[in-house]
Write a protein that binds this ligand. Structure first.
Ligand code: HPA
Ligand code: ZN
Length: 337
């Protein structure tokens, strides 16, 4: 089972690039940019990663991002993630970035996008790993700030496929961003949003009806509303679930209590993702391994998470077909052994 998971082709749809900043790189960049950080060693940083909810994580996560200043920093950050993709057999990834976290510190929007984009172009060339970039609005900031950020993205439409919504869900419901999402859609961006992570299941419904999302990020609180479950089944609205994240942020107490396998068996289009792997204890393979350790599961069900991610991705149909063939051949070959 472990071997099957390690070598299985994967697609990641819920990954915050700022959440891949490993403590060692944080120290290197702090030194390079002369930015002070409140930790004496990488070991001390890891010790600080004890969270009791989403906000306690976000406070540390935004602080960590302070070391990212130059285009090269964003390149190095992204490249380090790509090396993990290569290691974990991730064939395609759709990556979030939070421009407001950086522009608020005086870092140019272009610096951020260009650094990330160059690393993604190299990933395609060197490893054949394809990607899309999704810009998230920070929901704890106001609508005006989101509109300003959208405006800055317009000259980068060739590099940014969609917009998303992240940060503190409680107190910042989807309706706060209805108008900016409608404008983004008019400009040709696809939309996604974090909903039903810590917030109520009504946020999932609202993300679909008010923000026009193609996917819901997290969405695990859908279980509180049987009618919503039915809608998700019928419409096959994808949920980008992040098991290790949910345990670290106490959305579920234990992996055994996590509902991702149950949702899969109910026929929902659920996928497995790593969210902020540096902070939550593992990349794609580790997320799959921990789910499989806590829940008796068939290899074909594990592969179904990849099939769902291919369907839910923003790649074109021929690329989808090609990846679908790869995962199906992989399962067939394993079962014939
Ligand atoms: N939820 C909300 N905001 C975030 C997350 C998350 O899991 N990760 C990074 N920003
Ligand atoms: Zn997330």
């Amino acid at each position: 089972m472990q071997q099957f998971i390690e070598h299985m082709p994967k697609v990641e749809l819920h990954l915050h690039i700022e959440g891949t900043l490993e403590p060692e790189l944080m120290f290197e960049l702090a030194k390079r940019n002369n930015v002070s950080i409140p930790f004496a060693s990488a070991e001390e940083v890891k010790q600080a990663y004890q969270f009791h909810n989403l906000q306690s994580f976000l406070d540390i996560y935004y602080q960590g991002a302070n070391v990212l200043v130059k285009e090269q920093d964003f390149f190095d950050l992204t490249w380090a993630y790509i090396e993990h993709c290569q290691q974990d057999n991730v064939r395609h990834c759709e990556i979030f970035f939070d421009p407001q976290t950086h522009t608020a510190r005086g870092v140019e929007f272009d610096t951020v996008v260009n650094g990330i984009h160059k690393a993604l172009a190299q990933a395609k060339e060197q490893y054949g790993i394809s990607s899309h970039l999704i810009m998230c609005f920070l929901r704890h900031l106001d609508e005006g700030a989101a509109f300003d950020t959208l405006k800055q993205a317009l000259t980068h439409k060739d590099k940014i496929i969609g917009v998303g919504l992240d940060s503190s869900e409680l107190g910042h419901p989807p309706e706060k961003f209805e108008r900016v999402f409608q404008e983004a859609i008019k400009e040709g961006f696809l939309t996604v949003a974090h909903a039903g992570e810590e917030g109520p299941s009504s946020n999932i419904q609202d993300a679909m009806s008010l923000l026009g999302v193609s996917r819901v990020d997290h969405g695990v609180r859908c279980v509180d509303d049987p009618k919503l479950i039915e809608t998700l089944q019928v419409l096959q609205v994808p949920l980008t679930v992040c098991p290790l994240s949910n345990i670290k942020l106490k959305v579920f107490e234990t992996m055994e209590e996590h509902n991702v396998v149950e949702l899969l068996r109910q026929g929902l289009c659920v996928t497995i993702n790593s969210d902020d792997p540096s902070y939550f204890g593992g990349y794609m393979t580790e997320n799959f391994l921990q789910v499989a350790m806590a829940h008796p599961i068939e290899v074909d069900e594990l592969a179904q998470f990849t099939r769902n991610a291919i369907k839910a991705s923003f790649i074109d149909d021929s690329h989808k077909q090609q990846l679908m063939q790869e995962i199906n051949h992989y399962v067939d070959a394993f079962q014939r052994k």
